[in-house]
Design a protein around this ligand. Structure first.
Ligand code: SF4
Ligand code: SF4
Ligand code: SF4
Length: 130
């Protein structure tokens, strides 16, 4: 495994260990405007709600994917966090992937379809119909 990936995983673990699941980051994020966030759902319960490291990391990974290609790096999540957690490196990595794979940059064209929210019903990949 490349050294940079190990460092990222270590940083992610260290930051996640501090998380108290207060959701201030989500509440401050301009992209998190869902009527009911999936972490608050109980039927079905999509996510474990404890502060166990695995549950916490799944929460952060999920939120990173939900903001993929949309995060504008405003830093509101970091400013709101009482534990000084900054996980924007994950958003930046996903943003880079989205830029390279879909030639899409968040915030540049409000009319452009969001690459990870867009699909064709006649897509040849079966998973899209699941
Ligand atoms: S930096 Fe990105 S994830 Fe954080 S609050 Fe701003 S838009 Fe949301
Ligand atoms: S974390 Fe995902 S489900 Fe929850 S409010 Fe943000 S975008 Fe919506
Ligand atoms: S604001 Fe900080 S402590 Fe609260 S859920 Fe987000 S990362 Fe965890």
């Amino acid at each position: 495994m490349p050294v940079s990936m190990c460092v990222c995983r270590l940083y992610f673990s260290k930051q996640s260990e501090k998380c108290i699941r207060c959701y201030a980051c989500r509440n401050a994020c301009p992209l998190c405007y869902c009527e009911v966030c999936c972490v608050d759902e109980s039927q079905p319960q999509w996510f474990g709600k404890s502060v166990a490291l695995s549950d916490t990391q799944v929460f952060h990974l999920m939120r990173t994917y939900h903001t993929a290609g949309r995060c504008v790096d405003c830093g509101a999540c970091v400013r709101a966090c009482p534990m000084d957690i900054d996980l924007r490196f994950m958003n930046k990595k996903i943003d880079k992937d989205v830029r390279e794979l879909f030639s899409y940059e968040a915030g540049m064209d409000p009319e452009a379809p969001l690459p990870l929210n867009t699909f064709k019903t006649d897509d040849e990949d079966e998973f899209i119909k699941g």
